[in-house]
Write a protein that binds this ligand. Sequence first.
Ligand SMILES: Cc1cc2nc3c(=O)[nH]c(=O)nc-3n(C[C@H](O)[C@H](O)[C@H](O)COP(=O)(O)OP(=O)(O)OC[C@H]3O[C@@H](n4cnc5c(N)ncnc54)[C@H](O)[C@@H]3O)c2cc1C
Length: 384
Amino acid sequence: MAGTWDVIIVGGGPAGSAAALRVKQLRPQARVLLLDRADFPRDKACGDGIAAHGVDELALLGVPGLVADYRPIQRLAVISPGGARVAATAARPNHVVPRKVFDARLVRAAEERGVHLTRHPVRALSAHDGHVTVDGRFTARVVIAADGANSTVRRLIGAAATPERHTAIAVRGYADVPEDDDVQLIAMQRDGWPAYTWSFPVGDGTANIGFGMLLPRLRATGRPGRQVLHGRLAELLPHLRARDLRAHHLPLSPGRPVPGAGRVLLAGDAASLINPLTGEGIYYALLSGRLAGEAAVQAAADPLPAYRRALRAALGRHLLTTDVLARLAQFPGFIDAAIDVAARRSEVFDLLVEVGLGAGTVPPPLARAVATRWFLNARRTRRR
Ligand SMILES: Cc1cc2nc3c(=O)[nH]c(=O)nc-3n(C[C@H](O)[C@H](O)[C@H](O)COP(=O)(O)OP(=O)(O)OC[C@H]3O[C@@H](n4cnc5c(N)ncnc54)[C@H](O)[C@@H]3O)c2cc1C
């Protein structure tokens, strides 16, 4: 453990493991230290939904079979806040893998590639002579902070926390479902909008179920968070009895900071890379972790500009799209119109999945189709 590390990674979730795997993939002799305050396997509040794009990232990282023993799930049902419904087969399958399993597999794959894993809660950083020292003990040329939604490193480098208006909170649990249940359900809720409940079957007779909403909406209820989240989940999915309930914040991408400072790069939730429309963050964590790992190897003397360029190239247009859509989504009628159009046209459904779970953007004809439907719906409502 003595001496200087090439890269220290803080946090062994998908972002941190992806960074570790990428560094060793590009430079097998690199000395990489992965610090996490938890022992693996560890649980993490999540819907456990891994989008097809996330599986693409696993292939790029050289671990293509990591979730191959879990059932692919292609059927998706979405209900809009006003009750418009679409149930269709997605162009590519998703997977539902409990995070206790998924994250432990990723960390193990990194260790097998020669990454050194140490249990350690990071509390302090100092920069000096082209190096960064963590807690006065571990020194590296580059530090990648993948320490999640409440990132300590993000605070230590002086980056502001995600504003509350761009922060969601969600609870997840597990429930028994029929083994042949193979539909990922997302049911949006007008009450407390933007809010939604989900049921994501794992394929083994259990499903990850949950409920999430924006933090300011939760505060506006004036009731304890636990009471609201647990209560809404039980009320919305009354036929399912949830166990192992666990809640966490989701820092949404419209509140993202500059992704680092000097030799410290922020990835995944630490960089607020969660889709504001769906709460999906695993794909962005894997992607940003991989790009941070690349910058740490290929531009070790000044990694931040290289990392920002790579993030912009991969996600720039997508993030601008979801920034705009998150504003429009404050009007539930907009989402009703989008789901309405998706129910009529399968190519629109596919595009919405790309925007919600991948790096998609909205082509002008789609924007026009949704805007027209929104206008027509509004006119019909006014006439009633
Ligand atoms: C209820 C809920 C449901 C969700 N559902 C989905 C979904 O279905 N699909 C999806 O794609 N996304 C979902 N998300 C988002 C997803 O969980 C995150 O985007 C994803 O976990 C981000 O990965 P990460 O590696 O950045 O952070 P994390 O997975 O949070 O990992 C951070 C790691 O850092 C460690 N750590 C933290 N602080 C320190 C410290 N000071 N020192 C050392 N280690 C530290 C932690 O122990 C942890 O292992 C959901 C989120 C929530 C809350």
